[in-house]
Design a protein around this ligand. Structure first.
Ligand code: C2E
Ligand code: CA
Ligand code: CA
Length: 398
């Protein structure tokens, strides 16, 4: 057996020879075989021939810009774990991290120069955590060739369903509830995602029936323990549903029929700016609150889910957009934004949930800054009702 195949190999690109050699030494002390190149061409050739498991790139090079090198690594389909280093500051590091992700590279993290041996070794070690994210198949292929007629048929045949994704307490990891996410299973086993058919339902006016069909399914298939442990049930609500004045009453009736208390139900609302009648919006959201439901402002921090909505409308929860959460371990800016948003939620006495938690680093960070609840692939993916019940049983074994 060739021992080299099993040893981790790290290749550094830095045009300052001393710095490159120092990084190699640090990597050596972490049991890596390490080499460096001082120009982009040598580096890229070495990537192709030596096939390093890890690469470290300095953004500022004399002969080429680090971003170009990152782009070329993407074109080569490089699967080495990448660390970006630079003396240029957090914002530039953040943008280059995004560029690396968008070029399909496996980013381990970014480091501001100078950094210590300890920091560097901790980053190399963090790869084990990255690898612990459950790497299941992507949930579903994207399908956009559906027709309105097919959606009408799906509604009348009640073939729209919901998947359930757990939300846990950041403080103690306990299950606090589930978000119900709409799904449209096909006869060939494929699954049409909500991004496709919810948009179509909104455009065609079918959204009222789609929402009721999905909610009906969710209420009839709640994972075990939701009722007796009074877990939370988060449901997504299109702002267009608010025009349906019968809806709050219908939902109350659904709760009574299924033994669920309205206070267990959280309605997650996004993009409320698309409503052109602010008074109607204010009235209908307030009606839900009066009936005892919770209201969450979804995707907080992006689009229209903004401070204005928060100030005007009776929300009880804020859901931090996954864009900020996914990038927590690599972005200084995201860390600052999430910290500020959590503190804002606290001062407004709102529940605060972070979604898009993809690694343990993010979960620990969220706990440390006082975020209350977390949801994301690191905890669990959305699951069918039976699988979600099994997941619940792990929290409360018989
Ligand atoms: P959303 O409400 O922001 O839901 C979160 C989305 O992020 C879900 O996608 C979920 O599967 C995904 N997600 C959860 N954790 C992670 C993570 O750690 N990493 C990543 N990359 N993604 C994660 P999904 O199920 O495809 O839903 C997309 C959107 O469709 C939802 O975004 C929501 O706006 C909408 N939607 C879903 N179900 C319904 C529904 O019943 N009614 C309405 N009106 N909209 C719905
Ligand atoms: Ca949501
Ligand atoms: Ca969201």
């Amino acid at each position: 057996m060739d021992i080299r195949e099993h040893r981790k190999r790290l290749l550094v690109l830095d045009d300052e020879k001393d710095v490159a050699a120092t990084i190699c030494m640090m990597a050596g002390s972490a049991e890596f075989e390490a080499e460096y190149a001082c120009d982009a061409e040598t580096f890229l050739n070495r990537v192709a021939t030596w096939k390093p498991t890890h690469v470290v790139i300095d953004l500022q090079l004399v002969d080429q810009n680090g971003i170009e090198v990152i782009h070329k690594l993407g074109d080569m389909g490089c699967d080495a774990a990448l660390i970006i280093v630079s003396g240029l500051g957090g914002r530039i590091l953040d943008s280059s991290a995004r560029a690396a992700n968008e070029n399909g590279l496996r980013l381990l993290g970014t480091l501001s120069k100078p950094f210590s041996r300890k920091t560097f070794k901790a980053m190399l070690a963090s790869e084990e955590q990255v690898d612990k994210i459950p790497k299941e198949q992507p949930e579903q292929p994207l399908r956009s060739d559906i027709s309105e007629k097919q959606l009408i048929a799906a509604i009348s045949e009640r073939s729209l369903i919901a998947y359930f994704q757990p939300k846990i307490s950041c403080r103690n990891g306990e299950l606090v509830g589930f978000e119900c996410l709409a799904r449209w299973p096909q006869s060939n086993g494929a699954m049409i995602p909500p991004s496709v058919f919810i948009t179509m339902a909104e455009k065609t006016g079918l959204i009222h029936n789609v929402t009721r069909t999905v909610y009906n399914y969710a209420f009839s298939n709640l994972p075990d323990q939701v009722k007796n442990r009074k877990l939370k049930i988060a449901l997504n609500l299109s702002p267009l549903n608010l025009a349906d004045i019968q809806f709050p009453r219908w939902l109350l009736h659904k709760c009574q029929e299924n033994g669920v208390e309205p206070s267990q139900v959280i309605l997650e609302v996004t993009e409320t700016a698309s409503m052109d009648q602010p008074l109607t919006l204010l009235e209908s959201l307030t009606k839900f609150r009066i009936q005892g439901f919770q209201l969450s402002i979804d995707d907080f921090g992006v689009g229209y889910s903004s401070l204005i909505q928060l100030a005007r409308l009776p929300f009880s929860e804020m859901k931090i957009d996954q864009m900020f959460v996914k990038s927590l371990s690599t972005s200084d800016e995201s860390q600052k934004i999430v910290t500020a948003v959590v503190s804002l939620a606290k001062s407004l006495e709102l529940n605060v949930v972070a979604e898009g938690v993809e690694d343990s680093w993010a979960l620990n960070f969220l706990r440390d800054v006082g975020c209350l609840e977390a949801q994301g692939y690191f905890i669990a993916r959305p699951m069918d009702s039976v699988t979600a019940s099994k997941w619940t049983a792990r929290s409360w074994p018989d």
